[in-house]
Design a protein around this ligand. Structure first.
Ligand SMILES: O=c1ccn([C@@H]2O[C@H](COP(=O)(O)O)[C@@H](O)[C@H]2O)c(=O)[nH]1
Length: 312
């Protein structure tokens, strides 16, 4: 019902990062693509099979050092139902390897439809009286801008199934301020108000480390707002995208952490997935290149957290 399981994985691996799994065919080594095309032809089936093999290689190489993965649903939906099946298989594979899985779906809708999303991604679907996990993630990203009606259905599922949600608060993209930075009548910004909602929504699903099961997405590309929200939303765990490919670095993400070095998990997707292309190494070494980048990222961020803690 909270992020306790994720926090425990972060502490166990001593690594507050999450590897994004946003696979595109352009990132996948040709030996994997050629094998899939030889088997299935130039079809969606081949693309989905290539994605799965690529993801499994990454998960195998990362599962002992990285606590979590974040598959972004759009990269799977792009390949039709075959791609969506790969999403479900990726989630199951990562969980079987002990990783915490955050499905980045940014779902939102009115109450009854949100109930269906909650059941699909975090809960158990009733199939002719039998309860079955459909996608089975540990956490889901959601958009809270439809208000409490759109979030409440998730809270019950989070409590019953020990799952969590990350609500979009201050996103990493360049135009996020067009709406999110606007001042409301209260004098507070829209993102600050959404952060307050997260604190409130999480009150009933509080965990033993002081963080609830309602987290917030706050971008690494806005370090000042990360620091501001860390103070203003002390019970809200942050999922921080924008490190690496979007320009964020260790200094930028440092304000996301609390005095114990917890409170945030930093995402890198392209930085880890495409490390083999950046390194220009042998394509057969793609998963080990991802591991090298994950270790570099972990060490850079942990060193920065350590400096801050040492300086009080
Ligand atoms: O504000 C947001 C919310 C979500 N994202 C997602 O995170 C990853 C970032 O990928 P990189 O390759 O590390 O840039 C991607 O899945 C986005 O959809 C975000 O970037 N910003």
């Amino acid at each position: 019902m909270s992020f306790d399981r994720m926090i425990e994985k972060i502490v166990e691996t001593q690594n507050p990062t999450v590897a994004g799994l946003d696979p595109k065919l352009a990132y996948i080594p040709s030996y994997i693509l050629d094998g899939a095309v030889a088997k299935y032809g130039k079809t969606l089936e081949a693309a989905a099979a290539a994605l799965l093999e690529y993801n499994k290689g990454l998960i195998d190489a990362l599962c002992d050092i990285v606590p979590a993965v974040k598959p972004q649903a759009a990269y799977y939906e792009m390949y039709g139902w075959q791609g969506v099946r790969t999403l479900a298989e990726t989630v199951a594979y990562a969980r079987a390897k002990g990783m915490f899985v955050i499905t980045d779906g940014k779902r939102n809708d009115i109450g009854t439809t949100m109930e269906a999303y909650a059941t699909a991604h975090l809960g158990k679907t009733d199939v002719f009286g039998e309860k079955t996990e459909a996608f089975g993630a540990d956490a889901l990203t959601v958009n809270g801008y439809l208000g409490t009606d759109g979030i409440k259905p998730l809270l019950g599922v989070c409590e019953a199934e020990d799952k969590g949600i990350f609500v979009l608060v201050k996103t990493s993209n360049p135009s996020s301020g067009e709406l999110q930075d606007q001042k409301m009548e209260s004098g507070k910004t829209v993102y600050e108000t959404m952060g307050e909602f997260c604190e409130h929504w999480g009150e009933t699903i509080m965990g033993k480390y002081g963080y609830s099961g309602v987290g917030a997405v706050v971008g690494a590309t806005y370090p000042a707002q990360l620091g501001e929200m860390r103070e203003k939303a002390p019970h809200t765990f942050f999922l921080v995208p924008g490190y690496g490919a979007q320009g964020g670095g260790a200094d930028d993400v440092a304000p996301a952490f609390d005095k114990n070095g917890l409170g945030a998990i930093i995402n890198s997707s392209r930085g880890i997935m495409c490390a083999w292309q950046k390194e220009k190494c042998d394509e057969h070494d793609y998963a080990q290149a991802a591991r090298r980048e994950a270790i570099r990222m972990r060490d850079e961020i942990c060193a920065r957290i350590g400096e801050i803690r040492a300086n009080g």
